[in-house]
Ligand binder design. Sequence first.
Ligand code: MN
Length: 331
Amino acid sequence: MASRKLDVYERKRHFDVTPEPPPDGARPRRRGAPTFMVHKHHARRLHYDLRLEMDGVLASWAVPKGPSYDPAVRRLAVETEDHPLSYGAFEGRIPDGEYGAGDSLIWDRGTWETVPPGQAAAMKAKGHLELELRGEKLRGRWHLVRTGSAGGPGKTSWILFKAKDENADPGYDVTTARPESVESGRRVTRGPVAARTLRGAHPAPMELLIRVWPPPPRPIPRGKLRALAAVSGGRVSLQSAEGMDLGHSHPKVAAGLGRLVAGEAVLDADLTPGDLLLARDLLWLEGEDLRARPMRERRELLESLLAPPPPRVDVGPVIRGAPASRGPARA
Ligand code: MN
């Protein structure tokens, strides 16, 4: 009976494509306080998914603006389908074209209880959950109150707001102050790639390479060849750091690059003797010269772009000991 709670979750997803966990059935109650987590989900619109462990699944609400510590601020929370408990460990990219496509970070997690404890199912049925959250970012008492229907079938609207307790703080903007994942520390997220981004007008890939040339200096591992790869409007250019064309001598790598889901991207990579392109850095993405951004952000975007990597391409080791980026050339 309980496993039917995850039918909607299962129907919406292709588990041979998405890295999200398949439904593992509703689990019997474990000992200890129930868990909660909040995913920061960069789908078509960035939002925060509040998930509360309840009856062996994660009851879920999408909160477009995220939680606020100001008790006067009421945030819309749209009830969504129950998720399996294993979803609490999911962080990564939901592939383009799949339901909820885009990056999702574990923004907060911890344990929770109703006030008073043990009333979750009854309070949810009544439409007013009073929560005590013990997370890394969200603490203290909160209210979730059902306000009616919105959006469409099965999309019930609630409001989420902070109770007036010692944790309330109208001056504290938690989503701005703490943008990072509590799992990985990652801050940057990438939304789904819009069809118009893929189909739009893009320069020749060689033109993108010229814009970021010369590539920032960095060490090259022994036995590998440094390669710069540009993808633009479905076309690919693969060059050595000395400006030699590698596309014809490495057609399988070029074909793999052609399968990247991006309008425009320039990868800084190492080419192995085994014909595998190990991407180390991302210099350009969708019209933006990323060299102005910190290395760490470029790396987060690179890992998002290559989740999952196409054939003959993979994520290489983080660049260490590289001189600081000089940023984009100024006219
Ligand atoms: Mn979501």
